[in-house]
Design a protein around this ligand. Structure first.
Ligand code: THU
Length: 153
């Protein structure tokens, strides 16, 4: 058998986002300012909108022992996980000021995002942006990580 995958996403201007999406992207933008990225110089901010209206954010945290650092997405999500807030997540926005194009999460972050999304009952709205003002919008992590690793006994 031969299979073919199709995925869809939207490419739009920041101005075409909904007010909630724009607010969340702004939160990610602010969070990027507090990144600890002295080694790469590449700051990233990530923000989550919860079903109770809260906006929470994280950013990348680097270390002189390079592999000890962590991406913005996982810094945010592991914090939310530690507070048992993952099931409330509705929307995620990621922003990197030094990237012209929308910044896309690394493979490890996609795996974490994929698994956490399934702890809630809705598919996440995912917004990625860079300095150009162009935004990519994805609906659900399945689109960003088809064939994700899932462990079942
Ligand atoms: N980084 C993120 O925080 N998120 C991404 O989606 C890609 C990469 C960080 C990791 C590292 O601190 C810096 O960007 C350069 O790779």
């Amino acid at each position: 058998m031969h299979y073919r995958l199709e995925l869809s996403y939207e490419s739009m201007a920041v101005g075409d986002l909904s007010p909630e999406e724009r607010d969340l992207l702004k939160k990610a933008q602010e969070a990027a300012e507090y990144a600890y990225a002295p080694y790469s110089g590449f700051s990233v901010g990530a923000a989550a909108r919860l079903s109770d209206g809260r906006l929470l954010s994280g950013n990348n945290q680097e270390n002189s022992a390079y592999p000890s650092g962590l991406c913005a997405e996982r810094t945010l999500l592991f914090y939310l996980g530690s507070q048992r807030l993952i099931p409330l997540v509705q929307m995620i926005a990621v922003y990197a000021p030094l990237s012209e194009d929308p910044v896309m999460p690394c493979g490890a972050c996609r795996q974490v995002m994929y698994e956490y999304e399934r702890l809630g009952s809705i598919r996440w709205t995912l917004i990625f942006a860079g300095a150009s003002g162009r935004v990519y919008r994805f609906m659900g992590m399945e689109t960003l990580l088809p064939f994700a690793f899932v462990w079942r006994r």
